[in-house]
Design a protein around this ligand. Structure first.
Ligand SMILES: C[S@@+](CC[C@H](N)C(=O)[O-])C[C@H]1O[C@@H](n2cnc3c(N)ncnc32)[C@H](O)[C@@H]1O
Length: 208
């Protein structure tokens, strides 16, 4: 999606997100945060933090940084942090994920839940997430990826031209996120509802 479309689409989604798409995708969020909580990590970056639905579920001894391009979505996340007193949330910043304002090798883990089919230039976003992740660190992705056949594949193709209206690309290929030479796939499994979503863990390769 173009950045302008992200802005307008998520300004529309922000007020209703938690009670609509947020519910459908809760399994992915639970799986991703559960995985990160089980790591021996301290610093976590959540890219495309949205309305902050995952934030209350991180271990309270973690330091979580969230970024999102949409100020409307971020506003909802900030309200949750304040209302629920989420002290483990270090900061929430407005940022384009294609150009992350963090040093190289900075975070122990990076989460990208339901964003890779939304962002413009997903390959660039993958490269940025790899850059800011420490060697040996994990990048956890949950997303819907294009199916090869069946009824779902038909629905994806029909809705594909409406990405800017929907707020995501329905026919997004998993291969797009597996191209980074410094990331290796260490886990892949289907997620509810009805295996519509996929859970991926990529590890940043230690360079010699
Ligand atoms: C479907 S929502 C997912 C939100 C959250 N991760 C969740 O699981 O509920 C996609 C999010 O990606 C954000 N986004 C899209 N393009 C972005 C970009 N270039 N940089 C940062 N965030 C972006 C949108 O603003 C939106 O909040």
């Amino acid at each position: 999606m173009e950045l302008e479309a992200v802005k307008s689409s998520y300004a529309r989604w922000a007020p209703v997100y938690d009670k609509t798409f947020g519910i459908i995708t809760s399994g992915g969020r639970r799986a991703a945060v559960g995985f990160i909580n089980g790591l021996n990590s301290k610093s976590v970056l959540e890219v495309g933090v949205g309305t902050g639905l995952a934030l209350p579920h991180y271990r309270t001894d973690l330091e979580v940084t969230g970024v999102d391009f949409s100020t409307d979505m971020l506003g909802k996340a900030r309200a949750k942090v304040e209302k629920q007193g989420l002290k483990h949330v270090k900061e929430l910043r407005q940022m384009d994920a294609r150009s992350l304002d963090f040093p190289d090798n900075h975070f122990d883990a990076v989460a990208a839940m339901h964003i890779v089919s939304v962002v413009p230039e997903p390959e660039k976003v993958m490269a940025e997430m790899a850059r800011v992740c420490k060697p040996g660190g994990k990048i956890v992705i949950t997303n819907h990826f294009a199916k090869e056949d069946g009824a779902m594949a038909v629905v994806e193709k029909i809705s594909a031209p409406f990405a800017n209206l929907l707020g995501w690309h329905s026919d997004f290929e998993m291969a797009t996120v597996l191209k980074q030479p410094n990331l290796k796939l260490v886990e892949q499994r289907p997620l509810p509802p009805v295996n519509m979503m996929t859970f991926l863990v990529l590890e940043k390769i230690q360079s010699n």
